[in-house]
Design a protein around this ligand. Structure first.
Ligand code: HEC
Length: 170
């Protein structure tokens, strides 16, 4: 019997010590959190702005006429080298864009170098010929598509080709 009481006393003591330690840790933790929580939580205005900036979408849509947001960071891009002017010469344009029809007279196209087929056309004047080549032309012999279908070529390049073709026909 006395052994049971003895055990019970010791047991209660141990439990009591544990409870005391637990309470001490609880109090300590509360005190420490009071000291640190407020300090490290970042809530300053600049901080919020910085976060908003970091999680901002990669792309933004600007409709024509809209001002660019000043807050949007300007992306520094290395200045692209100016594309070197690589305008093709008249013969080059002819060979790449006009020859398909004008070499053999496909679809009624006046043949390069065939003076008879060009006399009346040249008589219209260089401006008219250039305009027909640029904007397309349907005449008595067929259909000349605008720029010979090569809308990627510049007006100057097409005009150079017309000059070349006219030069070959005289
Ligand atoms: C798909 C065929 C085709 C291609 C490609 C083509 N032409 Fe023509 N072109 C024609 C035809 C067909 C005519 C004749 C139209 C007519 O008078 O009925 C013509 C006529 C012309 C004329 C005479 C227009 C006039 O007023 O009489 C010029 C100039 C001309 N082409 C320039 C060019 C040049 C420059 C190119 C290349 C950039 C070119 N063409 C490419 C079919 C073509």
């Amino acid at each position: 019997m006395s052994r049971d009481q003895n055990f019970f006393k010791t047991y209660s003591l141990v439990i009591g010590v544990f409870v005391a330690i637990a309470i001490a840790i609880l109090v300590l933790a509360t005190k420490m959190s009071d000291l640190t929580q407020g300090v490290n939580a970042q809530d300053a205005a600049e901080y919020r702005v910085a976060v908003a900036d970091r999680i901002r979408p990669v792309g933004q849509v600007y409709l024509p006429g809209e001002e660019l947001e000043s807050s949007a960071p300007t992306v520094e891009t290395a200045a692209e080298p100016e594309p070197v002017a690589t305008a093709m010469s008249g013969p080059q344009v002819y060979n790449s864009a006009c020859l398909a029809c004008h070499a053999a007279g496909i679809g009624g196209a006046p043949i390069l170098g065939d003076a008879a087929q060009w006399v009346e056309r040249i008589a219209q004047g260089a401006d008219t010929l250039k305009q027909h080549a640029l904007q397309g032309y349907t005449g008595s012999t067929g259909y000349m598509p605008p720029k010979g279908g090569r809308l990627d070529l510049s007006d100057a390049e097409i005009e150079a080709a017309v000059e070349y073709m006219v030069g070959e026909a005289t």
